[in-house]
Design a protein around this ligand. Structure first.
Ligand SMILES: O=C(O)CCC(=O)N[C@@H](CCC(=O)O)C(=O)O
Ligand SMILES: [Zn+2]
Length: 336
């Protein structure tokens, strides 16, 4: 296998490869760009015009997605997987990956769409670098742009695998992309309805990619991901990479559950209290009238939405950041 296929090993060791560019026997070019960043380019005659960004490890302790990208890279470096797409592989936060922690000082996934400019430290610099790498990768004209930012969640979930679909004024969510996600094993999609500071929102909003955060199960250390079944996603990614995806006559959503954001719960102060059991699962339903959270100056978050559910509840976030998302079921009537 080509040495550059070992991007994860290099990243874990904090090493630069001796050779920055390598070619497989089929003429696929692998190019190391920076720590945790590698571009794969098919020979021109085989290129099908898709630019695919695959990122993982934006949160350092979310190892199942990192292992998945590592397997895909090994397959490419061995010549077992023959790309027709141009691909950028990114391991988001190398320092946190080495420590096995979500982040070191700051959550990188709250530093995009310019937020890193209002901050300092190595994670702000990394978010800036990730934006630059993505922007440069997605700068070629007349190509399809697709980004999957792969994550696992802090807690268990009533719906194991789901996607978050960013929002941009005047742009419709694509039914075809939802059908693709369904085929990749996603059971639900949260359709966002306002701008955000996460990586997939940056590539969706500023770089014109179809972009998604994918949640694949519960975060566990390296080597302990048997409970995270990514086989449908892995198969689909291989098909996308090789340009062998089965054609979908019609965009079949096939039971995919759609949700929209009712409210983001923002933690304003150290007095913030979240009234949920510690082991509550994502997508748990909350009853009307339930006092979900309390904050300074008698602020109360009371459930007033029919069918409300909670995802990503986390009272430990820094003040000013989202401490949970209240979601409600929605229909797919506004899809493109
Ligand atoms: O389990 C949790 O509380 C967080 C899991 C996670 O890292 N989710 C992403 C979602 C990004 C998005 O909103 O698209 C995150 O919180 O960064
Ligand atoms: Zn994450």
């Amino acid at each position: 296998m080509l040495a550059l296929g070992k991007l994860l090993e290099l990243t874990l060791a904090g090493r630069e490869p001796a050779e920055k560019t390598q070619l497989t026997v089929e003429g696929v070019r692998m190019r190391w760009l920076s720590e945790g960043a590698l571009e794969v380019r098919p020979p021109e005659a085989r290129d099908n015009g898709l630019d695919l960004l695959l990122s993982a490890g934006i949160h350092g302790n979310e190892t199942a997605p990192i292992e998945l990208l590592d397997r895909l890279l090994h397959d490419i470096a061995r010549g077992d997987l023959k790309p027709r797409a141009r691909i950028l592989f990114l391991f988001g936060n190398p320092e946190a990956i080495r420590k096995g922690e979500r982040f070191v000082e700051q959550d990188v996934n709250r530093l995009f769409n310019g937020r890193h400019e209002q901050s300092s430290g190595s994670e702000a610099l990394r978010a800036c670098e990730l934006e630059r790498l993505a922007a440069s990768f997605f700068s070629l004209p007349d190509r399809q742009r697709l980004h999957y930012d792969l994550h696992t969640a802090i807690r268990g979930s009533k719906i194991e695998q789901f996607a978050l679909y960013p929002w941009k004024e005047g742009r419709q969510h694509s039914r075809l992309e939802l059908a693709r996600l369904r085929a990749a094993g996603m059971e639900a999609v949260l359709l966002q309805n306002k701008p955000s500071i996460v990586f997939s929102s940056y590539t969706y909003d500023k770089l014109g990619a179809e972009a998604f955060t994918l949640e694949l199960g519960k975060a566990r250390p390296f080597g302990q991901n048997d409970g995270v079944n990514v086989s449908l996603l892995e198969t689909r990614l291989k098909q996308i990479i090789e340009g062998t995806e089965p054609q979908m006559a019609e965009a079949q959503l096939d039971g995919l559950q759609l949700f929209s954001v009712a409210r983001e719960i923002i933690k304003h102060s150290d007095a913030f209290r979240l009234n949920l059991p510690q082991d509550i699962e994502n997508f748990s339903e909350l009853e009307m009238g339930y006092v979900l959270a309390e904050d300074l100056a008698n602020t109360r978050w009371v459930i007033e939405e029919e069918g409300a559910r909670i995802i990503f509840p986390n009272p430990k976030v820094k003040n000013g950041l989202r401490a949970g998302i209240l979601i409600v079921p929605t229909s797919g009537e506004n899809l493109a």
